[in-house]
Design a protein around this ligand. Sequence first.
Ligand code: TXA
Ligand code: MG
Length: 294
Amino acid sequence: MALISSDISQAASLLKTGALVAIPTETVYGLAGNALNGTTVAKIFEVKNRPSFDPLIVHVPDLHQCLRYVQEIPEVLKPLAQKFWPGPLTLLLPRKKIIPDLVTSGLDRVALRVPSHPLTLALLKELDFPLAAPSANPFGYISPTTAAHVEAQLGKKIPYILDGGACEVGLESTIVGLESGQVTVYRLGGLAVDELEELVGPVQVKDHSSSNPQAPGLLESHYAPRTPFRLGTLSELIEEALQQGIRFAVLSFSKTFDAVPTDRQVRLSPREALSEAAQNLFAAMRSWMMRMWS
Ligand code: TXA
Ligand code: MG
């Protein structure tokens, strides 16, 4: 079992020894370690059971610190960093050699972000190294949005979970970079494309090229609960499941369905707010699965 607490200095001491600590961010919890220490970075891959061709995001306390690890921030991306950091934006930027190869899986760009969570920002300010942190779930599973989620999946493998409460955004950061001069979104996430476009004009979205290790987080199987999971028009799926006698539960945006018992329904946002639905998504998948199948 990991120790779960909100003590920044304890988290900092462990990180300074090269240990891994789970940290809260506004998006999801991260499994953090010293990004400049190759042994620690290797441990992150091992604990997460993550293939080494899937690179890690590096977390820094502010834009200024980011410049220690990248050659430059292209002019067009600067307004994004200025406006959305701290926040759910990750930028792919040309790395300096100080970033170990393992962090970027040998790619020339490093993914950087300034997370918006008071505990983690305070922690980053106390350290003289940045934190590499993938989402704190075993590879292929749902990302954790509370300390308890992290404990359930990785508690036996790490000494400490910095408890910062439930994540406010609840979805991973939006990953953005420059490709042939065009602002490109590589992973859709907590920061909406509209918000990016307001600042930099039209962007291209390349979130669909699955199984391409050059593209982030887009393997064929990702965010995979172990329970069979169906996407579709809910009323049709419900009818089909009822007819076939399949045991099921419903995860809906806002609607309720009379044909389904209320304890088998989770509404992500009764008031139809996308941000609220996003915040509840991973937690809902968990609670719902646990009720049905544990
Ligand atoms: O919100 C988030 O981004 C969370 C919190 C903890 O910051 N982190 C997160 O990390 O979602 P992870 O490892 O679960 O997803 C990071 C994605 C991966 O799919 C990876 O392929 C991509 O970012 N990525 C990281 N570095 C990259 C690079 N140098 N080039 C291309 N893609 C990269
Ligand atoms: Mg992840």
